[in-house]
Design a protein around this ligand. Structure first.
Ligand code: SAM
Length: 250
């Protein structure tokens, strides 16, 4: 899978994506399973000052990202894809007004071979970039960041880890919170030591009884979801046993 990131702050991505010691995503990039090209928008300007922003028409506070550098970069990316006989990239504008990112969307995005993420800054991006190039506007939540770079990292991480070969164990992403097969919050985890500051690991997890452990995990997931995110239960596929358990704890 290939991500292109368009930014005016390419250094933002150095430690998290280029340093092999920063977890599964950076490892997958170093080993070539994931490819990430961070493009500096200033390289797509033609003036002496390498200008990427300008004052807003109509007045008001802040600056707006100019359309030319972004569109030049997107033209180059599309041309490169054509020359390589590769599919057109999906062009995603990171924006607080976009569709809110979630695990379902991450799974859908993981089906694309090439995603291009546009990181806005200042007041945002000239609207004509969206009209001309953007397939999809994506928000990572109902708050305003100072730039799209942190949002791009979130997307690369959440989508990248769903790509084949990135996680050591493919089932990890299938069984965790919000996964399509699960749609519940995940059960709690414990590791050694068995006793820690007066708290013990639940006995069932030490029993070696796989069926009992599975039942406990399912019930803990149901309980956590009912307490913390009850709305998720409406879409989860619940068995009669699940319903009976929820009936008991409610
Ligand atoms: N003026 C814009 C508004 O009120 O909606 C906010 C612009 S914000 C300061 C600058 C850039 O950060 C945006 O263009 C976008 O790329 C990015 N950004 C901010 N919040 C975001 C969010 N919740 N999700 C994704 N990107 C975000």
């Amino acid at each position: 899978m290939f991500f292109d990131i368009l930014t005016i702050f390419e250094d933002f991505f150095d430690s998290s994506l280029k340093n092999q010691n920063c977890g599964v995503i950076s490892k997958a990039i170093c080993s070539g399973i994931l490819q990430v090209a961070v493009r500096n928008l200033r390289d797509y300007t033609h003036d002496r000052h390498r200008t990427t922003d300008d004052r807003p028409f109509g007045g008001g506070a802040g600056m707006v990202m100019k359309p030319e550098p972004l569109c030049n970069a997107l033209d180059e990316i599309k041309l490169e894809a054509q020359r390589a006989l590769a599919p057109e990239p999906l062009v995603v504008l990171l924006s607080p007004r976009g569709v809110t990112f979630n695990q379902k969307l991450a799974c859908e995005l993981a089906n694309f071979e090439h995603i291009c993420l546009i990181c806005g800054r200042y007041e945002g991006v000239d609207e004509r970039v969206r009209e001309l190039y953007v397939d999809f506007e994506l928000s990572i939540g109902d708050y305003v960041l100072s730039g799209g770079e942190a949002a791009a990292l979130v997307v690369v991480d959440a989508v990248g880890r769903l790509c084949k070969g990135v996680l050591g164990c493919e089932s990890s992403s299938k069984e965790e919170s919000f996964s399509q097969e699960h749609l519940l919050l995940e059960h709690p985890h414990y590791t050694r030591p068995r006793h820690f500051r007066g708290l013990n690991v639940p006995e069932v997890l030490l029993s070696g009884d796989h069926a009992r452990i599975q039942k406990w995990r399912r019930e803990e997931a149901l309980k956590l979801t009912a307490i913390k995110r009850p709305e998720l239960l409406e879409q989860a596929q619940l068995t009669e046993e699940d319903m009976a358990f929820l009936g008991k704890i409610r």
